[in-house]
Design a protein around this ligand. Structure first.
Ligand SMILES: [Zn+2]
Length: 323
């Protein structure tokens, strides 16, 4: 009998739940707004009723492997306790794994959302396509998340906080981050940071349009030849290159994947990213492929993510198989 699992992507805006086969084929999905204002108990109610519905639909013909949940970090693992997620106010200290297992009576694996996305890229995205079982992935979204996969499994660190490269400072005494430190990568390479830089341009009068500037609208302006918008993406690339240089020099992994919504602007930021990476990492200079655009085994490769925005959801569904 074939096996299936259920993945949950618990975001600050949307709650997405889907059943997948062990071959990572999506059987069925459900999506709803995350009722953050109503509190954790209401969100868990929504989550559990959707999970029960999916499980009931597929459990007659398939073996149910369990539930995997991707949640904004930082988390305490493997206990599955939520610490202080900026996008989920009121969820501080929630025993997510224990509470879900109590309600669902099935195995539940909780993981940081960026780690889940990295797991999906490893087994179904860039890692699979290029033949690598170890990688580090940066997810550029509202914030900057990261995950490290070693030999097909998530590297957690001793308490679940391994792979939080979004909060590695890239500029000493740089911008103040929501985490309390200064100069974190997240303050330069997230969609939020890009939109903020764009709003400054509008206020300075060098960009047309209203204050509803987004990372995407700036990317469109840069592609249309706006030099100020391109400058913002050069800064994104530079910060990413500095961040990647630390990772490359420390980890010596064969593959680094850049994903999340901002990664769609790869052509805009990657030249500055590779320039900074090359300038700042001796190890990259020693181990780079002949062409950055052509990955090679035995070299340090940096590539855009292969899976789209659903990688976190798929990675969550993989958790029961790769715990
Ligand atoms: Zn930070």
């Amino acid at each position: 009998m074939s096996t299936f699992s259920i993945g949950v992507d618990l975001g600050g805006t949307n709650l997405r739940i889907a059943a997948f086969t062990q071959e990572w084929e999506r059987l069925k999905a459900a999506s709803m707004p995350t009722r953050v204002q109503a509190g954790p108990s209401a969100v868990l109610d929504d989550m559990c009723s959707a999970i029960r519905e999916l499980a009931a639909e597929f459990a007659q013909k398939r073996t149910f492997a369990g539930v995997g949940v991707g949640c904004p970090g930082p988390l305490e693992l493997p206990s599955g306790r939520v610490l202080t997620p900026p996008n989920l106010p009121g969820f501080e200290g929630l025993e997510l794994k224990t509470e879900l297992e109590r309600r669902l009576h099935c195995p539940v694996v909780v993981e940081c959302d960026a780690n889940a996305a990295a797991l999906a890229e490893c087994h179904a995205g860039a890692g699979k396509a290029l033949g690598f079982q170890s990688l580090c992935m940066l997810t550029l979204g509202t914030g900057v998340g990261s995950g490290i996969i070693l030999n097909g499994h998530v590297w957690h660190g001793f308490s679940g906080m391994g792979g939080e490269a979004g909060h590695v400072p890239v500029y000493h005494d740089g911008l103040l981050c929501g985490c309390g430190s200064r100069g974190c990568l997240e303050q330069y390479a997230s969609a939020t940071a890009i939109a903020r830089a764009g709003k400054k341009l509008v206020l300075a009068g060098s960009q047309n349009g209203s204050a509803t500037v987004t990372a995407r609208s700036l990317a469109e302006a840069a592609l249309a030849g706006d030099p100020e918008a391109q400058k913002i993406y050069d800064e994104v690339g530079k910060a990413l290159g500095i961040g990647l240089a630390s990772l490359v020099s420390t980890l010596n992994l064969p593959l680094y994947v850049v994903g999340g919504g901002v990664a769609a602007a790869w052509d805009l930021f990657s030249p500055a990213m590779f320039a900074a990476l090359e300038a700042d990492s001796y190890i990259y200079r020693l181990s780079k492929p002949a062409s950055a655009a052509v990955p090679e085994h035995g070299k340090t490769n940096v590539v855009p993510a292969k899976l789209g925005p659903d990688s976190g959801l798929l990675g969550a569904a993989m958790l029961p198989f790769f715990e």
